[in-house]
Design a protein around this ligand. Sequence first.
Ligand code: ZN
Length: 393
Amino acid sequence: MICSACFAQDGKKAKYIFLFVGDGMGIAHVTLTEAYLADKAGKTGSEYLSFSKFPYTGFVTTYSASHFTTCSSASGTAFSTGYKTKNHMLGIAPDSITKLKSVSYKLKEKGFKIGVSSNVAVNHATPAAFYANNISRTAYYEIGLQLWQSGFDFFGGGSFMQDKGKAKDMQSLEEITGNNGYAVTRGVKEINDISANVSKVVAFFNENDEIQNLSYSINRKQGEAKLSDILEAEIKFLKAREDRGFFIMAEGGIIDWCAHDNDAAGTVKEVIDLSEAVQVAVDFYNEHPDETLIIVTADHETGGITLARTGGGKQGFASLDGQAASVGVLDKENGRAICDSINNAAGVGFSTKGHTGIVVPLYAIGAGAELFTGKFDNTDIPRKIMKAAGFEF
Ligand SMILES: [Zn+2]
């Protein structure tokens, strides 16, 4: 049903909706990346990312039903279903029984094509929050089985975690998905060359099945896929098959991992990757400005990042370029020391190896973007998305 009272204020309904989630991306991660880009350009200050000058911004509270500091599955549940749950639960209410319905299913019922994507495994917490229900975010096999059952049109990212179950004695998730109406592709070329007859696809972009995520940006070799490659394929696939619109959720999942590692150089490179992926959506928006809504936010902050000047020195953000690889890949003996000294040289501090409960920023542009301003809760996000599209929640 179309709700006439629910239209976005300017009357334009969102037909093409992008929700980007920078996992763990707080305001300091964005500020640091902007300062790094400015420093590289020889300036002290701030260079905009693709999304940081969007006209509407908000602050989003992220606490879960069980903890002030949330995890990705509880937060993912909140901004996919509009209801809070306990940490580690996915698409299930705090009573451990009631299944919560994601906005992706609601939009599918309205005729939207649905895309769910990430640069980590397709059955990791944030993408899974848009199609699965499980009391545990780490039940990767059971979550993976729910992927094809969703009937969504496009999945893109790293291949299944625990493809054959924890004990590796189950039928392959990839095989089951392929037997249930999905084409499964590998790499950028295969998905972009896919036949027009294929209606549903799972596109894997990781280099091999040993590691179920795309390469960290800071470690990426020439020719390896990145999040913007997924976005390009995803938009192309869905646009060719939609007549009533599409909804894309895309996660930059490795920002969180680099911040957990207190690796400022790695974190900045991941935020840049997300920015490039958002730019692909901005290019689409520029072709369809009246019907496109782009939202960029985070599930929580990770690392408790601060940009603090200690002593009298200049903060040399560009010194982050001195780090050749992520801290986990650097020499085991002294990688931590190298990373810490580069963090110090850049003036980047971390207060935790975990998440924090601080509000996260949200940036929006396009049809209905004016709904996403001020301070609100992460459970408001799917409600505002439905309103922007002209539907009751
Ligand atoms: Zn995390």
